[in-house]
Design a protein around this ligand. Structure first.
Ligand code: NDP
Ligand code: 8X3
Length: 252
């Protein structure tokens, strides 16, 4: 039977690449993001190319009520979600602790931590009912280490790391797999968002080495999602070959 995957943050980068990867493999897709125009364009492209069925489900993961209303609004035959990819997320600013903006901190924590919790809490009852499911949380290398001027972003991704472990333990009894994927540098719109539209600063992040692409990460996510039911990848860190950790890049 065709499986259904819900991807948050599918309008760009890793989420969009996941949408393409799963569509190419004939999954039913529920695609989320806030930018409806992008969701609709992606849906049209994937339906035409792969003949798959897609529901676009725009909502802001930070809005608790909207998250629950959106999941509740799904047609009954779409309420068996097999895979949830908690990908929506962002960094805002790269400022030293004393200079960083409280608003940026709020947005990162609300999106990366509370948003992931809301969507998971809304979807989990559906998975419990069907006695199976797979939740894939997109963490970061910033959830494994802390780097200079990374403060609240690193903390939010450490929370994703901790939550993934906690969810895996609690959801074990319901036959729900929980995987955390922690990428290093991926060239997406991530840095443009982080540097608030400053494209030159964003570009510099990826100079001197070959970064990962959204497609690289999507292919790893797809691999973890398609292992046999008795196999679960719990935790996976992937970086560009020329990145060892948050600090060590080979840019020679
Ligand atoms: P992009 O900026 O390209 O994509 C981010 C996606 O998240 C967009 O689709 C955006 O959609 C969505 N999003 C952001 N805020 C919200 C919100 N409040 N509600 C719903 N959707 C939201 O970045 P990436 O693809 O790189 O990032 C995806 C994930 O990967 C993030 O969690 C990020 O932290 C993580 N990551 C990224 C790395 C990188 O180097 N790029 C490395 C490690 C982890 P829209 O604006 O339409 O809502
Ligand atoms: C994004 C990767 O190293 O910029 O999560 O934090 S990093």
């Amino acid at each position: 039977m065709q499986k259904t995957v819900l991807i948050t943050g599918a309008t760009s980068g890793i989420g969009e690449a996941c949408a393409i990867q799963f569509a190419a493999n004939q999954y039913k897709l529920i695609l989320n993001g806030r930018r409806l125009d992008r969701l609709e364009a992606l849906k049209e492209k994937l339906v035409n190319k792969y003949g798959v069925t897609i529901i676009s489900l725009p909502f802001d993961v930070r809005n608790r009520q909207h998250v629950f209303d959106a999941i509740e609004s799904l047609p009954e035959d779409w309420k068996s979600i097999d895979i949830l990819i908690n990908n929506a997320g962002l960094a805002l600013g790269r400022d030293s602790f004393e200079n960083a903006s409280l608003d940026d901190w709020d947005t990162m924590i609300d999106t990366n931590v509370k948003g992931l919790l809301y969507v998971s809490k809304a979807v989990t009852p559906l998975m419990i009912k069907q006695k199976s499911g797979h939740i894939i949380n997109i963490g970061s290398i910033a959830g494994k280490e802390v780097y200079e001027k990374g403060n609240a972003y690193c903390a939010s991704k450490h929370a994703v790391d901790a939550l993934s472990k906690a969810m895996r333990i609690d959801l074990l009894q319901h036959h729900i797999k929980v995987t955390a994927i922690h990428p290093g540098a991926v060239e997406t719109e991530f840095s443009i968002v982080r540097f608030k539209g400053d494209e030159a600063s964003a570009k510099k992040v990826y100079e001197g080495y070959q970064p990962l692409t959204g497609e690289d990460v999507a292919s790893v996510i797809y691999y973890t999602a398609t292992l046999p039911p008795h196999v679960c990848i719990n935790d996976l860190v992937l970086t560009p070959t020329r990145q060892a950790d948050s600090y060590h890049f080979n840019k020679s």
